[in-house]
Write a protein of this length. Structure first.
Length: 696
């Protein structure tokens, strides 16, 4: 007789990836295995829909290449040869290598992590406590969004913005530096609804992305010139009296000074800087000023250049000038993460640091990882990094100036531990790999930077093989290192219960237990959060003029800063490398996640480079051939697509490929720079000049 069918079970989960949508997921489980992951129809932001990538999440969790046991290196670094060992042996081996370093020079130990999971428990909780207890070097986690976050902090007081769900009521939406079809699906759904209702959609982007193609208008400005465009819009708004003086007088600070700064960027000058027509700027400003229900969906692409923080500040001034914040469908959204009352101190326990807060270990910017690993004793970085522990990231693929990063990881005197699901480019350089659980196998709690819900993730299945959660791995390391503080051994439940300040008005009446039961909770916020001011700046106003920036010796007003690598910023470099390269996300990848899922990689095909016909012709580059993209930092190869989707003078390489899964073993970060943004110390991935030539 056949065995009776086992009924399917269902579990609630949260997408953990670095995406503003933070979707609620339903996991179908049979015989202890996740067989299907779908969007939860009851969750208002998700509405039952997941992106193609995450619908394959069960495939990722049960992938044949999943790491299931600790692995110790037996080959050369970078070769990817390992042997399986048991957990006790792996933790003992790690402690034997780390203990002498921690006793002699704890700052020689460096963590490296980012947003491989956005969970507050599996991200920086026990991990941060472990490094604090050791006195290890601190990592400045700025690779993605720090310039934009700084721009918002100095203008609005925190990473705050309008509610995504009200974009469908907008009458004009500027989609600025964003390709939401690939990276913000649920906002795009609402933008499409607004379009059906008669709204006008305008894309501002150097590249005619999938999103730009579906907007009423595409403004293809040069990379890194967004601040000039925004300041010229401000100039037009003020000179043509398309502003809300009552809102300005009541809820903003520094209007007179901003007016003078914007006057330095009349449309004619900005048009020359941006490489667009003057009349386009004038008409854009007039449309924005004439529409009260006008909104801006800003994204992080436009802040990955030298002047990224200033650009965000300039754009963020626009809705306060016109009074668009009075409407719930007006304003701007770059990030909503600041609305969630996260208790970072309770999660990370900085008080475990010896001498905190008066004495702190050195801080290394993650974008300078290549130099930090290759220049021990340098006055910039201090003592040599002797041990590196990588989790929630794949720096050999994603960090800028990749040749240097890989060379640093190849140091035989660098002891490297990597926590991972798969044997990534970075894991190939590890001395020891710890197999980590995926989101379907552990507990976590989430905020979002694209909507205003907090969410609970409960494990749907038991850990696959011998995998362990990040928290359990760091608890194990703490035991092996003979650390004893009770904070290092709190359970995931205990950590999650402390993740938020539950007494904050935004979470009134909520608790961790209530959140687990419901799955999510919407923060208690006004529909139009800044209709009557209430910004979180020192003045309580939208600060066009920032006294905090002035006190640091920085420009208190937003300004345009020419990209480091541009004809304006470095004419000699531009003469040798005349093409600006940007490397936005490929639709089927999320940073370097999902690249090893065959169905997604096959859909993406292979690394491509889009180049305008006017740039291809003089270089004798034909559509479909393999080209070499290069500058002084390195080179890569890709199959070229000759297309006017790339504006003249700009080439576009959709990213981020695992290097070992690319035909030439390289990716776009071979050519990107370790230079930092004006504010926030963020990465300048899109501030990059190259030359392109046929590969043969």
């Amino acid at each position: 007789m056949n065995a009776p069918a086992v009924p399917a079970e269902f579990a609630r989960a949260v997408c953990p990836h670095d995406c503003p949508d933070t979707c609620a997921m339903r996991v179908t489980v049979k015989n202890g295995k996740a067989v299907k992951v779908s969007g939860d129809p009851d969750h208002p932001p998700t509405q039952g829909v997941l992106c193609t990538k995450v619908t394959r999440y069960a495939d990722r969790t049960h992938h044949r290449d999943r790491l299931l046991m600790p692995m110790r290196r037996v080959g050369r670094k970078g070769e990817g040869r390992f042997e399986a060992i048991g957990w006790d042996e792996a933790l003992r081996f790690a402690a034997e290598r780390l203990k002498p370093i921690a006793a002699r020079a704890p700052e020689a130990i460096l963590p490296y992590s980012y947003a491989g999971t956005m969970g507050l428990v599996q991200g920086e909780s026990i991990a941060a406590r472990f490094f604090n207890a050791l006195g290890a070097s601190r990592l400045d986690r700025t690779i993605c969004a720090a310039a934009g976050a700084a721009g918002l902090k100095y203008t609005y007081g925190a990473s705050l913005g309008m509610h995504t769900e009200y974009f469908d009521e907008s009458e004009l939406i500027l989609i600025w530096g964003s390709n939401p079809i690939a990276s913000n699906l649920h906002f795009w759904t609402r933008a499409q609804e607004a379009k059906r209702r008669g709204a006008r959609l305008i894309a501002i982007d150097p590249y005619r992305s999938l999103t730009a193609e579906k907007c009423h208008q595409h403004i293809a400005l040069k990379p890194g010139t967004d601040a000039a465009l925004a300041l010229a819009m401000i100039d037009v708004l003020i000179k043509e009296n398309l502003i809300d003086r009552e809102y300005i007088d009541s809820y903003t600070l520094g209007f007179v000074q901003l007016k003078a700064r914007a006057a330095e960027y009349p449309p004619a000058r900005a048009a020359q800087i941006c490489g667009i027509d003057e009349q386009v700027i004038v008409e854009l400003a007039r449309a924005f000023g004439a529409t009260k229900k006008a909104s801006i969906r800003l994204n992080y692409g436009m802040q990955r250049v030298r002047g990224g923080g200033n650009a965000v500040r300039a754009v963020a001034c626009l809705p306060s000038l016109t009074g668009a914040w009075r409407e719930r469908s007006g304003g701007m959204l770059l990030s909503s993460s600041g609305w969630a009352p996260v208790d970072s101190a309770a999660l990370e326990r900085p008080d475990l640091l010896l001498g905190w807060p008066s004495k702190l270990p050195r801080l290394i910017n993650m974008n300078a990882l290549g130099d930090a690993l290759l220049h021990p004793g340098d006055v910039t970085f201090g003592p040599k990094v002797e041990a590196l522990i990588v989790y929630n990231s794949n720096p050999v693929a994603v960090a800028p100036d990749s040749e240097k990063v890989a060379a640093g990881f190849a140091r035989e005197d660098l002891f490297t531990i990597v926590l991972e699901h798969f044997q990534t480019d970075t894991a190939d350089y590890a001395d020891l790999i710890f197999p980590a659980t995926t989101q379907l196998e552990h507990l976590d709690v989430h905020k979002s930077y694209g909507h205003t819900h907090v969410m609970a993730n409960l494990p749907a299945i038991a850990p696959v093989g011998g995998s362990r959660s990040n928290t359990e791995i760091f608890r194990g390391l703490s035991r092996a290192m003979d650390l004893t503080d009770p904070a290092l051994f709190e359970t995931d439940e205990e950590i999650a219960s402390k993740a938020f300040r539950w007494d904050d008005p935004a979470l009134a009446g909520q608790s961790w237990n209530a959140l687990k039961t419901a799955g999510w909770a919407q923060l208690k916020l006004a529909d139009a959060p800044f209709a009557n001011g209430g910004f979180r700046t020192p003045s309580g106003k939208c600060e066009f003029f920032s006294g905090r920036l002035q006190s640091q010796g920085l420009d208190p007003l937003p300004d345009y800063l020419a990209p480091y690598e541009s004809a304006d910023g470095s004419p000699e470099l531009a003469a040798r490398y005349p093409l600006a390269m940007i490397s936005p996300p490929a639709r089927n990848f999320l940073n370097s996640s999902f690249v090893n899922v065959e169905s997604l990689r096959s859909t993406e095909g292979e690394p491509h480079l889009d180049i305008h016909p006017a740039d291809a012709q003089p270089r004798q580059i034909a559509d479909g051939e393999i080209v070499r993209i290069f500058n002084d930092r390195g080179s890569m190869q890709a199959r070229v697509r000759v297309t006017d989707r790339a504006r003249e003078g700009v080439v576009v390489g959709l990213s981020i490929w695992w290097k070992k899964l690319a035909p030439d073993g390289r990716n776009a970060n071979q050519v990107t720079s370790q230079a930092l943004t004006d504010l926030g110390g963020s990465a300048t991935f899109y501030d990059c000049l190259v030359e392109v030539e046929p590969a043969h």
